[in-house]
Design a protein around this ligand. Structure first.
Ligand code: SF4
Length: 372
Protein backbone atom coordinates (compact mmCIF):
# COMPACT_ATOMS: atom_id res chain seq x y z
CA UNK A 1 0.00 0.00 0.00
CA UNK A 2 1.51 3.39 -0.88
CA UNK A 3 2.27 5.57 2.15
CA UNK A 4 0.58 8.55 0.55
CA UNK A 5 -2.79 9.54 -0.90
CA UNK A 6 -3.49 12.02 -3.70
CA UNK A 7 -5.75 14.98 -2.93
CA UNK A 8 -8.47 16.31 -5.29
CA UNK A 9 -5.96 18.99 -6.33
CA UNK A 10 -3.33 16.35 -7.15
CA UNK A 11 -1.06 16.96 -4.11
CA UNK A 12 0.66 13.98 -2.55
CA UNK A 13 -0.72 13.68 0.98
CA UNK A 14 0.83 11.38 3.59
CA UNK A 15 -1.24 8.43 4.69
CA UNK A 16 -2.25 9.04 8.31
CA UNK A 17 -3.45 5.58 9.34
CA UNK A 18 -1.82 3.92 12.34
CA UNK A 19 -0.50 0.81 10.60
CA UNK A 20 2.04 -1.76 11.85
CA UNK A 21 4.56 -0.09 9.51
CA UNK A 22 3.97 3.28 11.17
CA UNK A 23 4.17 1.71 14.64
CA UNK A 24 7.53 0.11 13.80
CA UNK A 25 9.00 3.20 12.13
CA UNK A 26 8.39 5.52 15.09
CA UNK A 27 8.82 3.04 17.95
CA UNK A 28 12.29 4.41 18.92
CA UNK A 29 10.74 7.87 19.23
CA UNK A 30 7.95 6.58 21.45
CA UNK A 31 10.47 4.86 23.69
CA UNK A 32 11.82 8.33 24.56
CA UNK A 33 8.30 9.67 25.15
CA UNK A 34 6.73 6.84 27.09
CA UNK A 35 7.20 8.67 30.41
CA UNK A 36 4.98 11.54 29.33
CA UNK A 37 2.63 10.26 26.60
CA UNK A 38 0.29 7.37 27.56
CA UNK A 39 0.48 4.42 25.14
CA UNK A 40 -3.21 4.80 24.36
CA UNK A 41 -2.61 8.33 22.95
CA UNK A 42 0.39 7.46 20.78
CA UNK A 43 -1.61 6.10 17.77
CA UNK A 44 -3.04 9.62 17.33
CA UNK A 45 0.43 11.21 17.13
CA UNK A 46 2.48 8.44 15.49
CA UNK A 47 1.25 8.78 11.85
CA UNK A 48 1.89 12.54 11.98
CA UNK A 49 5.36 12.06 13.46
CA UNK A 50 6.30 9.64 10.67
CA UNK A 51 4.75 11.77 7.91
CA UNK A 52 6.32 15.03 9.11
CA UNK A 53 9.78 13.49 9.33
CA UNK A 54 9.42 12.15 5.77
CA UNK A 55 8.08 15.37 4.23
CA UNK A 56 10.78 17.33 6.04
CA UNK A 57 13.50 15.27 4.34
CA UNK A 58 11.84 15.57 0.92
CA UNK A 59 11.69 19.35 1.17
CA UNK A 60 15.06 19.91 2.85
CA UNK A 61 13.19 21.53 5.73
CA UNK A 62 14.27 21.95 9.32
CA UNK A 63 11.95 22.25 12.33
CA UNK A 64 13.10 24.60 15.08
CA UNK A 65 11.04 24.06 18.23
CA UNK A 66 10.89 26.16 21.35
CA UNK A 67 11.21 24.51 24.77
CA UNK A 68 7.47 25.16 25.33
CA UNK A 69 6.32 22.86 22.52
CA UNK A 70 4.44 19.74 23.58
CA UNK A 71 6.54 16.52 23.85
CA UNK A 72 5.29 14.90 20.63
CA UNK A 73 6.62 17.95 18.75
CA UNK A 74 9.70 18.57 20.90
CA UNK A 75 10.92 14.95 20.89
CA UNK A 76 9.03 13.66 17.85
CA UNK A 77 9.70 15.97 14.92
CA UNK A 78 12.01 18.85 15.98
CA UNK A 79 15.54 19.02 14.57
CA UNK A 80 16.68 21.81 16.87
CA UNK A 81 15.17 22.67 20.24
CA UNK A 82 15.99 25.47 22.63
CA UNK A 83 15.16 28.89 23.99
CA UNK A 84 14.81 32.02 21.86
CA UNK A 85 18.57 32.64 21.84
CA UNK A 86 19.41 29.10 20.72
CA UNK A 87 16.73 29.18 18.02
CA UNK A 88 17.98 32.55 16.73
CA UNK A 89 21.54 31.18 16.52
CA UNK A 90 20.44 28.02 14.75
CA UNK A 91 18.24 29.98 12.37
CA UNK A 92 21.30 32.01 11.43
CA UNK A 93 23.32 28.89 10.63
CA UNK A 94 20.96 26.42 8.98
CA UNK A 95 21.48 25.38 5.36
CA UNK A 96 17.93 24.02 4.98
CA UNK A 97 15.74 25.56 2.25
CA UNK A 98 12.68 25.74 4.48
CA UNK A 99 12.52 26.62 8.19
CA UNK A 100 9.40 25.63 10.12
CA UNK A 101 9.27 27.52 13.37
CA UNK A 102 7.37 25.58 16.02
CA UNK A 103 7.00 28.50 18.37
CA UNK A 104 5.37 31.92 18.17
CA UNK A 105 5.27 34.56 15.48
CA UNK A 106 8.13 36.80 16.66
CA UNK A 107 10.43 33.74 16.60
CA UNK A 108 9.48 33.00 13.00
CA UNK A 109 10.06 36.66 12.12
CA UNK A 110 13.50 36.47 13.74
CA UNK A 111 14.30 33.39 11.64
CA UNK A 112 13.17 35.23 8.48
CA UNK A 113 15.15 38.35 9.40
CA UNK A 114 18.28 36.20 9.67
CA UNK A 115 17.46 34.15 6.53
CA UNK A 116 15.81 36.49 4.04
CA UNK A 117 16.41 34.06 1.15
CA UNK A 118 14.80 31.06 2.85
CA UNK A 119 11.16 30.10 3.18
CA UNK A 120 10.11 30.47 6.83
CA UNK A 121 6.81 28.93 7.89
CA UNK A 122 4.84 29.19 11.09
CA UNK A 123 2.21 26.46 11.37
CA UNK A 124 -0.36 28.89 12.78
CA UNK A 125 -0.12 32.60 11.98
CA UNK A 126 -2.23 33.38 15.07
CA UNK A 127 0.50 32.17 17.45
CA UNK A 128 1.27 35.56 19.01
CA UNK A 129 2.68 36.71 22.36
CA UNK A 130 1.33 39.12 24.99
CA UNK A 131 4.78 40.64 25.43
CA UNK A 132 5.53 41.07 21.74
CA UNK A 133 2.14 42.67 21.21
CA UNK A 134 2.61 45.19 24.03
CA UNK A 135 4.59 47.62 21.85
CA UNK A 136 5.22 48.78 18.30
CA UNK A 137 8.03 50.47 16.40
CA UNK A 138 6.17 53.80 16.78
CA UNK A 139 6.39 53.43 20.59
CA UNK A 140 10.16 53.00 20.33
CA UNK A 141 10.50 56.06 18.09
CA UNK A 142 8.53 58.11 20.64
CA UNK A 143 10.79 56.89 23.48
CA UNK A 144 13.89 57.75 21.46
CA UNK A 145 12.56 61.30 21.03
CA UNK A 146 11.87 61.54 24.78
CA UNK A 147 15.20 60.01 25.84
CA UNK A 148 17.68 61.09 23.17
CA UNK A 149 20.98 59.21 23.21
CA UNK A 150 19.73 56.44 25.54
CA UNK A 151 20.41 53.07 23.87
CA UNK A 152 17.44 50.78 23.26
CA UNK A 153 17.81 47.12 24.23
CA UNK A 154 14.81 45.01 23.21
CA UNK A 155 13.95 41.53 24.28
CA UNK A 156 13.71 39.17 21.28
CA UNK A 157 10.03 38.79 22.21
CA UNK A 158 9.19 41.78 20.01
CA UNK A 159 7.79 42.20 16.51
CA UNK A 160 10.13 43.02 13.60
CA UNK A 161 9.18 46.72 13.58
CA UNK A 162 10.36 47.05 17.20
CA UNK A 163 13.60 45.21 16.44
CA UNK A 164 14.15 47.58 13.52
CA UNK A 165 14.10 50.56 15.93
CA UNK A 166 16.35 48.79 18.46
CA UNK A 167 20.11 49.09 19.02
CA UNK A 168 20.60 45.56 20.29
CA UNK A 169 18.34 42.64 21.18
CA UNK A 170 18.61 40.43 24.24
CA UNK A 171 17.04 37.24 25.61
CA UNK A 172 16.48 36.03 29.14
CA UNK A 173 19.85 34.23 28.88
CA UNK A 174 21.86 37.36 28.23
CA UNK A 175 19.84 40.48 29.16
CA UNK A 176 22.14 41.62 32.00
CA UNK A 177 25.25 40.82 29.95
CA UNK A 178 23.96 42.83 26.95
CA UNK A 179 22.96 45.83 29.11
CA UNK A 180 26.37 45.94 30.81
CA UNK A 181 28.28 45.39 27.57
CA UNK A 182 27.09 48.79 26.30
CA UNK A 183 29.21 50.68 28.86
CA UNK A 184 26.57 53.38 29.46
CA UNK A 185 24.80 54.69 32.59
CA UNK A 186 21.24 54.43 31.32
CA UNK A 187 19.37 52.00 29.05
CA UNK A 188 15.83 51.60 27.74
CA UNK A 189 15.16 47.87 28.31
CA UNK A 190 11.93 46.90 26.52
CA UNK A 191 9.22 45.60 26.69
CA UNK A 192 9.15 43.19 29.68
CA UNK A 193 8.60 45.04 32.94
CA UNK A 194 9.62 42.10 35.14
CA UNK A 195 12.71 41.18 33.12
CA UNK A 196 13.74 44.85 33.36
CA UNK A 197 13.18 44.87 37.13
CA UNK A 198 15.19 41.68 37.54
CA UNK A 199 18.06 43.16 35.51
CA UNK A 200 17.88 46.46 37.44
CA UNK A 201 18.34 44.60 40.72
CA UNK A 202 21.72 43.33 39.54
CA UNK A 203 23.34 46.31 37.90
CA UNK A 204 24.25 49.93 38.49
CA UNK A 205 23.02 50.83 35.01
CA UNK A 206 19.79 52.85 35.27
CA UNK A 207 16.96 50.92 33.59
CA UNK A 208 13.97 52.56 31.90
CA UNK A 209 11.26 49.96 31.32
CA UNK A 210 8.00 49.35 29.45
CA UNK A 211 4.88 47.91 31.06
CA UNK A 212 4.70 44.71 29.02
CA UNK A 213 4.28 41.31 30.62
CA UNK A 214 4.18 37.66 29.71
CA UNK A 215 0.69 36.41 30.48
CA UNK A 216 2.08 33.02 31.53
CA UNK A 217 4.84 34.11 33.91
CA UNK A 218 3.01 36.99 35.55
CA UNK A 219 0.56 34.45 37.05
CA UNK A 220 3.13 32.91 39.40
CA UNK A 221 3.31 34.41 42.88
CA UNK A 222 5.56 34.21 45.92
CA UNK A 223 2.54 32.92 47.94
CA UNK A 224 2.20 30.01 45.54
CA UNK A 225 5.85 29.11 46.15
CA UNK A 226 5.25 29.33 49.91
CA UNK A 227 2.42 26.82 49.64
CA UNK A 228 4.54 24.41 47.55
CA UNK A 229 7.29 24.61 50.13
CA UNK A 230 4.82 24.05 52.97
CA UNK A 231 3.81 20.73 51.41
CA UNK A 232 7.42 19.74 50.62
CA UNK A 233 10.26 21.62 52.36
CA UNK A 234 12.84 19.85 50.15
CA UNK A 235 11.29 21.01 46.89
CA UNK A 236 13.65 22.87 44.51
CA UNK A 237 12.01 25.90 42.91
CA UNK A 238 13.23 27.25 39.55
CA UNK A 239 11.85 30.46 38.06
CA UNK A 240 12.04 32.23 34.73
CA UNK A 241 13.13 35.91 34.80
CA UNK A 242 9.85 36.95 33.17
CA UNK A 243 8.36 36.26 36.65
CA UNK A 244 8.19 39.09 39.18
CA UNK A 245 11.23 39.91 41.37
CA UNK A 246 9.26 38.62 44.40
CA UNK A 247 8.92 35.22 42.70
CA UNK A 248 12.64 35.12 41.88
CA UNK A 249 13.49 36.04 45.44
CA UNK A 250 11.40 33.12 46.76
CA UNK A 251 13.04 30.64 44.33
CA UNK A 252 16.24 28.58 44.50
CA UNK A 253 17.42 29.35 40.97
CA UNK A 254 16.36 31.59 38.11
CA UNK A 255 17.40 31.33 34.50
CA UNK A 256 16.20 31.13 30.93
CA UNK A 257 14.37 27.97 29.86
CA UNK A 258 17.73 26.50 28.74
CA UNK A 259 19.32 27.60 32.03
CA UNK A 260 16.60 25.79 33.98
CA UNK A 261 16.98 22.62 31.90
CA UNK A 262 20.75 22.67 32.43
CA UNK A 263 20.26 23.12 36.18
CA UNK A 264 18.00 20.04 36.41
CA UNK A 265 20.26 17.95 34.15
CA UNK A 266 23.32 18.75 36.25
CA UNK A 267 21.95 18.92 39.81
CA UNK A 268 19.28 16.21 39.53
CA UNK A 269 17.10 17.52 42.38
CA UNK A 270 14.79 14.80 43.74
CA UNK A 271 11.71 17.00 43.33
CA UNK A 272 11.49 20.21 41.37
CA UNK A 273 8.99 22.80 40.22
CA UNK A 274 9.73 24.90 37.14
CA UNK A 275 7.84 28.19 37.19
CA UNK A 276 7.38 28.55 33.46
CA UNK A 277 5.14 27.22 30.70
CA UNK A 278 4.05 23.70 31.66
CA UNK A 279 5.11 21.72 28.56
CA UNK A 280 8.73 22.33 29.46
CA UNK A 281 8.50 20.09 32.52
CA UNK A 282 7.05 17.31 30.34
CA UNK A 283 9.93 17.66 27.88
CA UNK A 284 12.59 17.46 30.58
CA UNK A 285 10.72 14.69 32.44
CA UNK A 286 10.83 12.55 29.28
CA UNK A 287 14.65 12.57 29.56
CA UNK A 288 15.03 12.43 33.34
CA UNK A 289 12.70 9.82 34.81
CA UNK A 290 14.57 9.96 38.16
CA UNK A 291 13.45 13.57 38.81
CA UNK A 292 9.96 14.17 40.18
CA UNK A 293 8.36 17.26 38.58
CA UNK A 294 5.60 19.23 40.28
CA UNK A 295 3.66 20.74 37.37
CA UNK A 296 1.72 23.90 38.05
CA UNK A 297 0.01 24.27 34.70
CA UNK A 298 0.25 27.72 33.18
CA UNK A 299 -0.16 27.09 29.48
CA UNK A 300 0.81 29.61 26.83
CA UNK A 301 -2.29 29.68 24.61
CA UNK A 302 -0.19 31.01 21.70
CA UNK A 303 2.43 28.24 21.82
CA UNK A 304 -0.36 25.67 22.07
CA UNK A 305 -1.71 26.68 18.66
CA UNK A 306 1.19 24.74 17.16
CA UNK A 307 0.16 21.11 16.70
CA UNK A 308 1.37 18.16 14.63
CA UNK A 309 -1.50 18.45 12.09
CA UNK A 310 -0.73 22.15 11.61
CA UNK A 311 3.00 21.45 11.18
CA UNK A 312 2.22 18.82 8.53
CA UNK A 313 -0.22 21.13 6.79
CA UNK A 314 2.36 23.91 6.77
CA UNK A 315 5.05 21.63 5.31
CA UNK A 316 2.83 20.05 2.63
CA UNK A 317 1.05 23.21 1.46
CA UNK A 318 3.54 25.91 2.48
CA UNK A 319 0.87 27.48 4.71
CA UNK A 320 1.92 30.21 7.14
CA UNK A 321 4.79 31.79 5.21
CA UNK A 322 6.32 34.66 7.18
CA UNK A 323 7.66 37.72 5.38
CA UNK A 324 9.24 40.89 6.70
CA UNK A 325 9.55 44.02 4.50
CA UNK A 326 13.15 44.24 3.25
CA UNK A 327 14.12 47.60 4.72
CA UNK A 328 12.65 46.64 8.12
CA UNK A 329 14.37 43.26 7.98
CA UNK A 330 17.79 44.83 7.28
CA UNK A 331 17.49 47.15 10.29
CA UNK A 332 16.05 44.44 12.53
CA UNK A 333 18.84 42.05 11.52
CA UNK A 334 21.44 44.51 12.76
CA UNK A 335 19.99 44.47 16.28
CA UNK A 336 19.79 40.65 16.37
CA UNK A 337 23.31 40.28 14.95
CA UNK A 338 24.69 42.71 17.52
CA UNK A 339 23.25 40.47 20.22
CA UNK A 340 24.81 37.39 18.62
CA UNK A 341 28.17 39.22 18.41
CA UNK A 342 28.00 40.11 22.13
CA UNK A 343 27.40 36.41 22.71
CA UNK A 344 26.47 34.44 25.79
CA UNK A 345 27.40 35.65 29.27
CA UNK A 346 30.33 33.95 31.00
CA UNK A 347 29.31 30.60 32.57
CA UNK A 348 29.19 32.07 36.10
CA UNK A 349 26.66 34.72 35.09
CA UNK A 350 24.09 32.52 33.41
CA UNK A 351 22.01 32.26 36.58
CA UNK A 352 20.13 35.26 37.90
CA UNK A 353 20.98 36.73 41.27
CA UNK A 354 17.80 36.12 43.28
CA UNK A 355 18.24 38.77 45.93
CA UNK A 356 19.98 41.55 44.03
CA UNK A 357 19.29 44.84 45.74
CA UNK A 358 19.97 47.19 42.81
CA UNK A 359 17.47 49.84 41.91
CA UNK A 360 13.83 50.09 40.89
CA UNK A 361 13.04 50.72 37.24
CA UNK A 362 11.31 53.82 35.92
CA UNK A 363 8.29 52.85 33.81
CA UNK A 364 8.18 54.98 30.67
CA UNK A 365 5.00 53.69 29.01
CA UNK A 366 2.90 50.70 28.07
CA UNK A 367 -0.45 49.52 29.30
CA UNK A 368 -0.89 47.33 32.38
CA UNK A 369 -2.80 44.43 30.86
CA UNK A 370 -2.95 41.78 33.54
CA UNK A 371 -4.00 38.26 32.54
CA UNK A 372 -3.57 36.85 36.05
S1 SF4 B 1 5.08 32.20 27.24
FE1 SF4 B 1 4.80 34.41 27.49
S2 SF4 B 1 6.55 35.33 26.45
FE2 SF4 B 1 6.40 33.19 25.74
S3 SF4 B 1 5.15 33.31 23.89
FE3 SF4 B 1 3.73 32.87 25.58
S4 SF4 B 1 3.02 34.91 26.19
FE4 SF4 B 1 4.85 35.24 24.96
Amino acid sequence: MPNFQVSDQGEKLPNLDYTPEVEKAVRPIYERLSQVIPEVEWPVFAPYVKAINEVKREKNAVILAHNYMTPEIFHGVADIVGDSLALAKEAAETDADVIVLAGVHFMAETAKILNPEKVVLIPDQRAGCSLAESMTGADVRRLRAEYPGVPVVSYVNTPADVKAETDVCCTSSNALHVVESLGVDRVLLLPDEYLAQNVARQTDVEILAWRGRCEVHERFSADEIKSYRASDPNLTVLAHPECSPEVLEASDFAGSTSGMIKFVQEKRPARVVMLTECSMSDNVAAELPDVDFVRPCNLCPHMKRITLPRILDSLVYGHGEVNVPTEMAVRARRSVERMLEIGAPPEGRLAWNLTGTGQDVALVGGVARSFA
